[in-house]
Design a protein around this ligand. Structure first.
Ligand SMILES: N[C@@H](CCC(=O)N[C@@H](CS)C(=O)NCC(=O)O)C(=O)O
Length: 229
């Protein structure tokens, strides 16, 4: 399939797992466009469902038409492809294995707890069981955050080289108060990382959009100026 758009298209909705990818695209200053997919059981938005078979965001269509879903894979793929690879840990680095380990950890160990916290009804119709599931997911999430806290060692970024896909993926979840509130005492390094990301002037408006504080989905200045030409 060949895309008719010369820029990366990011299928996104506010305040979802789209946040991390959106932040990375903005920070890398590559041209991209936000697309709100049409979600419906008959899957009329064929391009979206081709990119994301479960109809979940984020998903991307690259300028050459290739598609990807799963936020961790998207972040890894994009960061590996950026010039100077400033947001990845290079394949020949001694840290590459740890980098992949933590990216997978976020998808396979952190995300299931987050899913239960937001959607206990997916697992049981019984309100009492839902409350029990949510409480135990909160306990397990605290264990996960404690493990992650140790990796940061009072640094803003997990890896000494600077921000990577891991930080963007984790910041996505830490921006949700349901998962990360009153955290600066218990998880000071994670709070430091979140501050470092959310304090970047280029990223503030992205976070505002995801929080519903502005209507217009931000897409970076390079894309806007290309459009205006
Ligand atoms: N493992 C996926 C999770 C994506 C996901 O669950 N996205 C949610 C929003 S946060 C979604 O699109 N839900 C719509 C649905 O399930 O119908 C990822 O990391 O991209």
């Amino acid at each position: 399939m060949v895309s008719d758009s010369p820029v990366i298209q990011l299928y996104a909705f506010p305040d979802t797992y789209s946040i991390g990818v959106h932040l990375l695209l903005e920070e890398a200053a590559v041209p991209y466009r936000i697309v709100n997919p049409k979600l419906d059981p008959s899957q009329t938005d064929e391009a979206f469902y081709r990119a994301s078979p479960h109809g979940r965001v984020p998903a991307i269509i690259m300028p050459d038409g290739t598609t990807l879903c799963e936020s961790g894979a998207i972040l890894l793929h994009l960061a590996d492809g950026f010039s100077a690879q400033q947001f990845t840990v290079a394949a020949d680095s001694a840290d590459r294995g740890r980098y992949l380990q933590w990216l997978f950890y976020l998808s396979s160990t952190l995300q299931p707890e987050v899913m239960i916290i937001f959607h206990p009804e997916y697992y049981s119709d019984d309100r009492t069981i839902q409350a029990e599931l949510t409480a135990s997911a909160q306990t397990r999430l605290r264990q996960v955050l404690t493990v992650l806290e140790k990796q940061y060692q009072n640094r803003s970024w997990m890896f000494a080289k600077g921000p990577t896909a891991v930080d963007f993926a984790l910041a996505n979840v830490l921006l949700w108060p349901e998962c990360f509130s009153d955290a600066s005492k218990r998880y000071p390094s994670l709070a430091l990382m979140l501050d470092a990301i959310s304090g970047r002037s280029s990223l503030k408006r992205i976070i505002q959009w995801h929080r519903g504080e502005t209507d217009v989905p931000p897409q970076n200045h390079k894309f806007k100026s290309l459009e205006q030409e």
